[in-house]
Design a protein around this ligand. Structure first.
Ligand SMILES: *[C@@H]1O[C@H](CO)[C@@H](O)[C@H](O)[C@H]1NC(C)=O
Ligand SMILES: *[C@@H]1O[C@H](CO)[C@@H](O)[C@H](O)[C@H]1NC(C)=O
Ligand SMILES: *[C@@H]1O[C@H](CO)[C@@H](O)[C@H](O)[C@H]1NC(C)=O
Length: 249
C-alpha cells in the first residue's frame, strides 16, 4: 500500500513537472517485454499466444460485389507478429498520448487446409469449389499514429480514446495450392494487390476506423482490469523491476 502511495506521489510530481516526451529505455524495455510475452499470451486477461498466433478453425463468408463465397480455414498460423520494429515510440505524460511508428517486416498467414465455395468472381457468377493449402505473406506492414490512454477511474481500468493511426502495406506474396487454387490465388491476388493495398494505402481513415474496431475493443477489455497508476508507473519506468526479463507463461 505504501509503495503504491509513493508511486502516486511520484506520478503526480512527474505530471506537474514537465511535458517531457520519452522514447526511452523504459518504453523500449516495455516493447521488448511484450515481444517475449507474445510467446505466452496472457490467459488471465484473455490474450492468446500471438507468436505464433494459432487458430484451429475459422469460417469465412464473403459477400462483395466483385466476389462472394463461403468456406473455412483449418489449422491457421500467423507468424511474424513479434518481429515488430518501432522507429518511434513516445509517451506524453501530460496529454497521456502514445505516439508510435511501427513496422512488421513479414507476417505469414498459413492454413493447412482451406475449403472455399466461390459463387461470384470478378463480378460474374461462378461455381467453383476450392480446396488446398493457404499461404500468404504480407511484407512491410507499417502503422503510425497516436492514441490517448485514459483512466476509467484512478484505481480500476484504462481505455483508449482518440485513435488516429495510418496503415500501409508494402507488398503481398501468395503461394496458395490445391484444387481451384488458381481461382483462389487470383482472388487473393486481386484482394491483396488491387484491393487490400489500395484499400490500406489509399484509405487511411477507413482502415484506421476498421483497425480501431478490430483492436481497440479487445485492448480495452484487457485494460479494464489494469489500474491507471500501474500502467503509468510502467510507462514512466518509475518502478524498478516491474518488468520481468523472461516471459511469464
Ligand atoms: C467448410 O467449407 C466447405 C465449403 O463451403 C463446406 O463444404 C464444409 O461443410 C465446411 N465445413 C464445416 C465443418 O463447416
Ligand atoms: C490440424 O492439426 C491437427 C493437430 O495437429 C491434425 O490432427 C490435423 O490433421 C490438422 N488438419 C489439417 C487439415 O491439416
Ligand atoms: C504517418 O506517417 C506519414 C509519413 O510517413 C505522415 O504523413 C502521416 O501523417 C502519419 N500518420 C499519422 C496518423 O500520424
Amino acid at each position: 500500500m505504501r509503495s503504491l502511495f509513493l508511486v502516486l506521489i511520484a506520478l503526480l510530481g512527474c505530471s506537474l513537472s514537465s511535458g517531457r516526451i520519452l522514447f526511452d529505455d523504459e518504453l523500449r524495455e516495455l516493447t521488448e517485454f511484450l515481444r517475449l510475452q507474445m510467446q505466452c499470451g496472457y490467459p488471465a486477461k484473455g490474450v492468446p499466444i500471438l507468436a505464433p498466433a494459432q487458430l484451429p478453425y475459422k469460417e469465412v463468408d464473403v459477400q462483395a460485389d466483385a466476389f462472394s463465397g463461403r468456406g473455412n480455414f483449418t489449422n491457421i498460423s500467423i507468424v511474424g507478429l513479434d518481429s515488430f520494429e518501432f522507429s518511434q515510440l513516445q509517451w506524453n505524460n501530460i496529454f497521456h498520448t502514445i505516439k508510435f511508428d511501427v513496422s512488421i517486416p513479414s507476417i505469414r498467414l498459413k492454413a493447412e487446409n482451406y475449403k472455399f465455395d466461390l459463387t461470384r468472381f470478378l463480378g460474374a457468377t461462378a461455381s467453383k469449389k476450392c480446396n488446398g493449402v493457404f499461404d500468404v505473406e504480407l511484407i512491410n506492414f507499417r502503422a503510425n499514429g497516436s492514441f490517448v490512454l485514459r483512466p476509467s477511474s484512478l484505481t480500476n481500468g484504462l481505455h483508449i480514446t482518440r485513435w488516429n493511426v495510418d496503415w500501409q502495406l508494402g507488398k503481398a506474396i501468395s503461394q496458395i495450392t490445391g484444387i481451384g487454387s488458381k481461382y483462389l490465388e487470383k482472388l487473393i491476388n486481386f484482394i491483396l494487390q488491387d484491393f487490400l493495398q489500395l484499400l490500406i494505402n489509399d484509405n487511411p481513415e477507413e482502415i484506421s476506423q476498421f483497425m480501431e474496431q478490430l483492436l481497440v475493443a479487445p485492448l480495452n477489455a484487457v485494460f479494464g482490469n489494469v489500474a491507471w497508476y500501474e500502467i503509468t508507473a510502467i510507462i514512466l519506468g518509475l518502478v524498478n523491476g516491474v518488468l520481468p526479463v523472461e516471459p511469464i507463461c
